[in-house]
Design a protein around this ligand. Sequence first.
Ligand SMILES: NC(=O)c1ccc[n+]([C@@H]2O[C@H](COP(=O)([O-])OP(=O)(O)OC[C@H]3O[C@@H](n4cnc5c(N)ncnc54)[C@H](OP(=O)(O)O)[C@@H]3O)[C@@H](O)[C@H]2O)c1
Length: 338
Amino acid sequence: MRAAMFSEHGGVENISIGDFPDPVCGADDAVIKVNAVSLNGFDPMILGGTTGLKTPMPMVPGGDYAGEIVELGANVGDGWALGDRVCPHPFVLGEGMTGETRLGAAAEFARIPASQLIRTPDGVSDDQAAALPIAYGTAYRMMLTRGQVKAGETVLILGATGGVGTGCLQLAKSAGATVIVTGSADWKLDRLRDLGADHVIDTSSEDIVAACHAIAGKPRMGFAGGGGGVDVIINYIGGDTWAQSLRCLRPDGRMLTCGATAGYAPPTDIRYIWTYEQNIIGSNGWTGEEQQEVLEMVGRDELTPVIHAVRPLDQIAPSIQELIDRAIVGKTIIRPNE
Ligand SMILES: NC(=O)c1ccc[n+]([C@@H]2O[C@H](COP(=O)([O-])OP(=O)(O)OC[C@H]3O[C@@H](n4cnc5c(N)ncnc54)[C@H](OP(=O)(O)O)[C@@H]3O)[C@@H](O)[C@H]2O)c1
C-alpha cells in the first residue's frame, strides 16, 4: 500500500511516501480504508523522537482517522460489516497510541482491533470525523468531564490555536463560559475571535499575567474566593507558562493539564497553590463514550471541528512542518487515498 513513513527520528526531510507492507488482519481486527487522517501536536514530537516513547521503525505517522471497513477478522461479530463507516478510538490497550507506539494511519489502510471501532454518524464527513478523536476527545474530557466547566465561569486557555485548544474554546463557549485565549500571532487570534473567544492575549507582544489581570482582575486571598482571577485555566503548554498561570487563578480555581508542549518539568511556585487553595487537575485521553459524544455533537450541528486545510498524502511533510512552525489554527486533514 502507499504510505507516508520515516525510518529515523529528525525533521520532516526524513518523511517519504512509498510502498509499505499491507496491514495483516488478525482474528479480532478490522482493516480500514483510510479516507482521512488528521495531524496532531504529537506528530512532530514522535518524528523528532523527543517524547521518550519507543516508536517502531519504519514508522507511519498519523494518530486519528476515519474511513470504511474493508476486512474483518474471523472473531469479529457485533454487527460490523464491510463498508461500515468508522472513526476508531486510536488508543489500543497493550499497543499504545496509533501514530506514537503503534503504526499510524497516514496510509491507504490501517489495522485496528475491532473493539476500538466507533461508527461515524450520518451527516458527519470523514474529514470532520478524523479531526475529532485526539483533539476533541481530549478537549471534551478535560473541559467537561474533569473540568466541570459551567455557564458563567471564566476560562483561560493557553495555546488555544492548536487542535485541543480550539476544541476547548468551542466546548467552553457552548457550556456558556466567558473565554480568554492566548495565541502567538494576530491572524490566529482573529480566527479565535471568530470562533467565539471573548478576550485574546497575544503572547508575541503581551505578558500573560498582566494581560489576564487586566481582563479578569488580580486574584485576592480569601476563603471561598476573595475575588479576581479566572475560574479555570487550561494549560497543556507547561514550561514558563506554568508558574505564570498560577498567578492568574482565583482562590479555589481549577487548573487542568493534559500535556506539556513547552516542557514537562517547569519551575512552579507552590506559594500560590496553598495561599489560594488552587486545584491542579490532570486529564488523560478520553473514553469511547466521550468520542461517540463529540461525533454525535457534530452530527447534531452543535459542534463544527476547526479544519485548517485538507491535503493529499504527498503534502504531509510540509503540513507537519507547519505544526512545528506554529503556523496553523485547528486541524490539518490528509487524504491518503486521493
Ligand atoms: N494526554 C492526552 O491524552 C493528550 C491528548 C492530546 C494532546 N495532548 C497534549 O496536549 C497539547 C496540545 O496538543 P495539540 O495537538 O492541540 O497542539 P500543540 O501542537 O501542542 O500546540 C498547541 C499550541 O501551543 C502553542 N505552542 C506550540 N509550541 C509551543 C511552545 N514551544 N511554547 C509555547 N507554546 C507553544 C501553539 O500556539 P501559539 O503559537 O498560537 O501560541 C500551538 O497552536 C500537547 O502537549 C499534546 O501533547 C495530550
